[in-house]
Ligand binder design. Sequence first.
Ligand SMILES: Nc1ncnc2c1ncn2[C@@H]1O[C@H](COP(=O)(O)OP(=O)(O)OP(=O)(O)O)[C@@H](O)[C@H]1O
Ligand SMILES: [Mg+2]
Length: 311
Amino acid sequence: MIKVENLTKRYGGVTAVDGISFHVGKGEIVGFLGPNGAGKSTTMRMLSCYLPPTSGRAEIAGFDVFRNSLKARERIGYMPENVPLYNDMRVFEYLKYRAALKGVRGRRMKERVGDVMDLCALRDVERKLVGNLSKGYRQRVGLADAMVHEPDLLILDEPTIGLDPNQIRQVRELIRNLGRHHTILLSTHILPEVEMTCSRVMIINRGRIEAADAPENLRARLRTAGDVRIEVRAPDLEKAKAALLEVPGVLSAASTEEDGWGVFALGIEAGTDPREAIWNLAVSRRWAVRELSRTRVTLEDVFAEVTHPDE
Ligand SMILES: Nc1ncnc2c1ncn2[C@@H]1O[C@H](COP(=O)(O)OP(=O)(O)OP(=O)(O)O)[C@@H](O)[C@H]1O
Ligand SMILES: [Mg+2]
């Protein structure tokens, strides 16, 4: 559905996007992550035919986005990061106007505007002036606008920015449902959201794609596999720490003491789970144990490692 080869965008001396290449298959929901200024919006704008690249190429559904941009645009629903809306139009008028601009007319227009208002839960505000809507509703109007011409591909630039937690959940559900019939490329800074919705993740940093894979594969590739936390009462906590460090798979041990209990955070080698061995150690040494738990690595850990490799 999306094919990008060596796409580059320079603004004066700044290289915002630096020769990136990737593919997105039909039906995928791909999360596009990266720190502020990494080049996400610039990439999305180029894919949506709003910005010409400095070099390289991109195809949407087989159409070159620059040479054949009208055809490509028909297939794309784009929600930009600052949704431009006409403040003095009513919601349903605005959506009709946007539908007409995209070539949706007559009965189909009425149907489509109705459908997207239902889908984005806009019926309650359909007669309100766009300028009087809350941020969350404006975002939903932007999403409805992106979908009104039934595009195969949705390119959503931070669709949940500024929404309250309930609305974030609703939009997340909506995106998941849309993913059944659409291909979606979405950028966001809310990483748990990506783990819940996306089948694949691309991490861009300083204009280059640093990682692209399923979230679980990205997590599996990290050097560590998260932490094991154990709290024990042992006669000598220093010796306990040394013994814990002997357990295969334990890479590091940070310890503190809380009212006589040793609290250990153990760094764990990827692909291992030493909890059983740790438990057996505790039993054999007759330590009392009040907690033994594992924290798995999250996409946030992956993001931190990929975008700040030196820290
Ligand atoms: N119109 C412009 N003129 C000059 N530089 C620009 C322009 N638009 C973006 N840039 C620069 O290009 C780089 C990438 O910006 P971009 O908006 O693509 O980042 P982003 O990944 O979307 O970041 P954010 O998470 O903050 O939205 C930044 O260094 C930015 O300052
Ligand atoms: Mg952006």
